[in-house]
Write a protein that binds this ligand. Sequence first.
Ligand code: C5P
Length: 205
Amino acid sequence: MIIAVDGPAASGKGTIARALAQHFGLPHLDTGLLYRAVALRVMDEELDPAREADVVAMCDFDDRLLADPRLRGDDVGKTASIVSAHPLVRAALLQRQRRFAQQPGGAVLDGRDIGTVIAPEAEVKLFVKATPTIRAQRRHAELRKGGANVSLDRVLADIRARDDRDARRSDAPMRQAADAALLDTSFLSIDAAVQKAVAMVEAAK
Ligand code: C5P
């Protein structure tokens, strides 16, 4: 069984995907990490993320990079959303994701284009969303807990800019697949959202 979980930043899709993987005993791939790994290399090499040819040269990296804690940084997420708009970058990361999705026994993948491009054949597709304000509040609380001094307005503006870039790019834009079920986590606790996701998978499989 392939479970595709898509949605915008701070919607809860990552937490839900991890919980589903654990519940159903499936391997999980956070595909955002691949774009973040490319972004981190671009930043380390001081390249211009807008230059597609330079960025493509950064797409062949060792899996060990995916464990680097710096990948979680907000600046890396922002650069990831710039490099991910390049069609050649998406093409370079495609097979890796498809191979993961198609391993025997199934898998859970989360991202922006899993249900539409990476695994359109997935048995179960969830599109996880929450209002931009609520996502900004979640991200803001997380950043504050980590000691960052950033305003809620700044976080909201960053979230809107990232949503915009991800939804408007021409290649594999973020969107709900026609056959995906919608899960709105705006007014759900993490536990309630996970329970609902498990029930949706049970109903769809
Ligand atoms: O999910 P996460 O915030 O880690 O993703 C970082 C960025 O990577 C996203 O803003 C998006 O631009 C890009 N991404 C993508 N396709 C995916 C996963 C992530 O374009 N499947």
